[in-house]
Design a protein around this ligand. Sequence first.
Ligand SMILES: NC(=O)c1ccc[n+]([C@@H]2O[C@H](COP(=O)([O-])OP(=O)(O)OC[C@H]3O[C@@H](n4cnc5c(N)ncnc54)[C@H](O)[C@@H]3O)[C@@H](O)[C@H]2O)c1
Length: 364
Amino acid sequence: MNRLKVNLDRKLGNSYEIHIGERILDRMGLILAKNNWAERVVVVTDTHIDTLHGERVEAAMKKTGLRVDRITVPPGEAAKEMRTVLSIVEKLIALGADRSTALIALGGGVIGDLTGFTASIYMRGIPVIQVPTTLLAQVDSSVGGKTGVDTGAGKNILGTFYQPKGVFIDLSFLETLPDGQFRSGLAEVIKYGVIETPELLDVIEAAAASGGLRESAFLEKIITTACRIKKGLVELDEWDRGLRRILNFGHTVGHAVEAASAYVLSHGEAVSIGMVAAAILSEELHHLPQDDRRRIVSVIRAVGLPDRIPKNLDLEEIAARMTRDKKKKGETVHFVLLKKLGVPLVNGGIPEKILKKTLEGLHS
Ligand SMILES: NC(=O)c1ccc[n+]([C@@H]2O[C@H](COP(=O)([O-])OP(=O)(O)OC[C@H]3O[C@@H](n4cnc5c(N)ncnc54)[C@H](O)[C@@H]3O)[C@@H](O)[C@H]2O)c1
């Protein structure tokens, strides 16, 4: 098992540990009991994850003598909204949950954001423990304390910064994760390699070549590396005032492509295409070596993620989605680009002509 400490604001007592390993639920129970964070816990999860893993998690917690209850919500992004928060709150009240209760967020990024948000406002804040079950949540959303729910106006319009008491990453959850979801998470791991630790790309390529992308030793290695990078950025920029922005590498074009596909493309697929676009722009504007760009493309292909914009998507719409909101505010489109692998920079603005040419070159 690996353990990483996230060192944050001491006065606020915001620091916590990330535990990464196979079948660590028993350990989590012991740590919970030992730390006295709460007298009882309520597991918040979605109905799908509950069927697969709910009982096992509840049983592991109960072994330590804690009172455990479970609340389920519907799966999917559509449930990440205020009505679901209120339904969780009503259930917590019915269970008699008070300030001596902790919430356990058992699920992907949706459950993590939703439960973190609820914990941050229920009775002015009760402890939350993140137990991520998707690869994306294990390498990204469970660490860093950003919570949120969507409104009709957009994603994460309401949210808080609320650090968990601990993050417990049990690799065994990934055994039930569908391939598409798994690959989507891999895109974010590739992103960490590109912006910070290029050796990670070698590790991923080797595992892809040997058919070992789902093997525990590989997973433990990439998840630990990813969490170490994320934790480093969170420590430098706890309140997301700028530095964490490099985590958006590939996301400017990615978000636009994802939305233009009406979410048929997964987040990871869209981010992969976005990373290729950012690499081409980096070559054009910042002399990113051609070999570095090729390397990014080859890793993306090796794990079966797309590196081109599907022909059926409308380029005009993608470009418009990127510029629309910014133009309203008189801003230019900001991009995270690369000087070379492992050296990102935030680009103040990209000439529209170059952006258009890049998107056209990727459209097939
Ligand atoms: N807070 C942050 O810093 C941060 C960062 C990145 C993304 N996010 C948020 O994360 C969300 C996306 O998260 P996600 O990609 O994990 O999707 P998700 O939470 O919607 O989970 C995807 C699907 O996988 C299922 N699932 C989860 N674990 C499973 C398992 N082990 N086996 C089988 N099925 C499983 C879920 O039931 C769900 O249907 C978005 O809302 C995004 O805004 C937050």
